[in-house]
Design a protein around this ligand. Structure first.
Ligand code: PDD
Length: 298
């Protein structure tokens, strides 16, 4: 049996529909040009984790492409909650995609197009305890993506090819470097720990400013974990004590193998380090609070 495409109910252009009935025109500029943006928003116990921040980032992505935001942010939140509820609540990752709309193929976008709005949702399964303990296996690759990585664009061919290359090399994913400095991974941010300090690449045009990355920075500040945001050289990554990936679907996870070798400080090489366990604990506590709020609101 083939896998279901997503949870049963999707949203397309103003209507909730069974996911297999969601259809768009092949003339959609999202299909022809990848002319669109997206978001992936985690819901726990039916409640969004930083949904507003995801929607604000979505608006920034739309602004950079000069696509009008079809709905005010409050309306988006209502649609998102409705979609999650229609798909049974609990833990879900909601995907939103907005494209510039349907038009005759022409690189210059015509004025006045009506954006296409699509949402679907998938069950959100956090990594297993066994996977947290094992960590992930990444390879270093040169980041050949474009110069506007801060836009959460649906034109993801660069990321797809990099991930494909990593998987063909037998790895889970890649750590990307541009001009000798760490950027991120194909679909997550990457941070480094050295001498007890969490080092984070700057939020410039070379990475997606992750919502999980921001939450990690906030949690570090609240709990007195030293953190610096600055450019990180390849050498600093290679000699770091710990390496983590963060994203809405992975939360925070350790990278324990890099380029085929056990990674990290000799005291725990090839295994997640102590600061990782500390940060994971802070994330879990934060999510527990969110679930408790969701339960109290019912
Ligand atoms: N990816 N960097 C890139 C290139 C990403 O695609 C993502 C998210 C992140 C992490 O951002 P956040 O913490 O806001 O999820 C960083 C999503 C999960 C995806 O494409 O499925």
């Amino acid at each position: 049996m083939t896998q279901p495409l997503a949870l049963p109910i999707a949203y397309l252009n103003g209507k909730f529909v069974p996911v297999e009935q969601a259809q768009i025109s092949p003339f959609d500029r999202g299909f022809i040009f990848g002319d669109g943006v997206y978001e992936v928003i985690p819901y726990y116990g039916g409640k969004g984790l930083r949904a507003r921040e995801h929607l604000e980032r979505l608006e920034r992505s739309l602004d950079m492409l000069d696509i009008p935001n079809p709905y005010p942010l409050d309306q988006w939140e209502v649609y998102l909650s409705e979609l999650v509820a229609k798909n049974g609540g609990a833990d879900q990752a909601v995907y939103i995609q907005i494209t510039r709309g349907v038009a005759k193929r022409d690189f210059a976008p015509p004025k006045g197009l009506v954006p296409t709005v699509f949402m679907m949702s998938n069950t959100l399964a956090r990594p297993s305890q066994a996977l947290y303990e094992k960590g992930l296996n990444f390879v270093s690759l040169d980041d050949f993506r474009w110069g506007r990585c801060q836009v959460k664009s649906t034109a993801l061919l660069g990321a797809v090819l990099l991930k494909q290359e990593a998987v063909q090399m037998g790895a889970d994913d890649c750590v990307l470097f541009r001009d000798g400095y760490l950027t991120e991974s194909s679909a997550s941010n990457v941070v480094v720990v050295k001498n007890g300090v969490i080092l984070c690449p700057p939020k410039d045009n070379l990475i997606l400013p992750g919502i999980t990355y921001d939450l990690m920075i906030e949690l570090a500040a609240q709990h007195g974990l030293p953190l610096e945001m600055r450019k990180i050289s390849r050498r600093e990554v290679q000699t770091a004590d710990e390496l983590w990936a963060t994203s809405s679907t992975k939360e925070v996870i350790a990278i324990t193998t890099l380029d085929g070798k056990p990674f990290g400080n000799a005291a725990h090489a090839g295994k997640p380090g102590p600061l990782f366990w500390k940060m994971l604990g802070l994330f879990q506590a934060y999510k527990q609070q969110l679930r408790a709020l969701a339960a109290a609101a019912e």
